[in-house]
Design a protein around this ligand. Structure first.
Ligand SMILES: Nc1ncnc2c1ncn2[C@@H]1O[C@H](COP(=O)(O)OP(=O)(O)OP(=O)(O)O)[C@@H](O)[C@H]1O
Length: 262
């Protein structure tokens, strides 16, 4: 009889099916990206591609390099080597705000709305980048509808609970009318019903055609949402592929559980 395979319940018992992986030309490509901070190699030789409507999940233990890779894709840190392209254009050396204007919007792990402004005004600040007057206002309302915050439009951002603050963060990103959305731990810290709502929202956004890259620690969430998962450890690629493949990969199991000799 063969020895039983090790399993990680949080990795293998994820509910729901990932959205069918969209085909077609990638919108975003990272090729052999390396990021160094002095002597530390935070990301080493990582490549990925994201198509419209596709959700790519970045996972890995603490310090794996997920945030650094995410920041290299969005322009918040400089890639030391490699290339990033968006819609066929080399963006490796472009500033974050230029990337945002081109259609790459991100959220931040610690959300920072203008606390004294209303929910609508917070979204308007972003909507004004591309539109003026009534058109900006209508767009901001549409975005609030899309994320389920329309009934909170007049409320000061300071009064929102965590789940709604996370939605506001997504609304601000959507107000830029992006083609790609980068979500930095939008679901961690929420209670299970709020997690489910956020999962449904992210799925809807992908189904509307947005390409999505998400960093998330909650394994069952990323496994149920992602079309493609990239698992990193110590800055390097450990495994990638569809969620089932990655969850069953011996190196991934080892990275999360540790070796017996560790
Ligand atoms: N600005 C920086 N200067 C120097 N070292 C950094 C910097 N940012 C990250 N690092 C280092 O790079 C490595 C990867 O860190 P990173 O934050 O990208 O990992 P992570 O996978 O996002 O971790 P976590 O899940 O804990 O957020 C770590 O060793 C970290 O200490």
């Amino acid at each position: 009889m063969s020895a039983p395979q090790p399993t990680i319940p949080a990795l293998v018992n994820f509910g729901g099916q990932p959205v069918h992986a969209p085909a077609g030309e990638p919108l975003l490509r990272a090729e052999h990206v390396t990021v160094r901070f002095g002597g530390v190699v935070a990301v080493r030789d990582i490549s990925l591609a994201v198509r419209p409507g596709e959700i790519v999940g970045l996972i890995g233990p603490n310090g794996a390099g997920k945030t650094t890779l995410f920041n290299a894709l969005t322009g918040f840190v400089r890639a030391s080597e490699g290339r990033v392209t968006f819609a066929g254009r080399d963006i490796t050396h472009l500033q974050p705000q230029v990337r945002a204007k081109m259609g790459m919007a991100r959220t931040f792990q610690v959300e920072r709305p203008f606390e004294d402004l209303s929910v609508l005004e917070n979204v308007l600040v972003a909507a004004f980048l591309n539109r003026r007057g009534r058109a900006a206002e209508n767009h901001a309302y549409d975005v609030l509808e899309r994320v389920g915050l329309a009934d909170r439009a007049a409320q000061p951002a300071s009064q929102l609970n965590l789940a709604r603050r996370r939605r506001l963060e997504i609304a601000k990103a959507l107000a830029l009318e992006p083609r790609m959305l980068f979500l930095d731990e939008s679901i961690a810290g929420l209670n299970p019903p709020a997690q489910q709502e956020m999962v449904a929202l992210v799925r809807q956004l992908a189904q509307s055609g947005l390409g999505i890259v998400m960093v998330e620690h909650i394994m069952h969430v990323i496994m149920s949402l992602s079309d493609h998962v990239i698992c990193m450890a110590f800055g390097e690629l450990l495994a990638e592929g569809d969620p089932k493949h990655v969850a069953a990969h011996p190196d991934v199991i080892r990275a999360y559980l540790g070796d017996d000799d560790d």
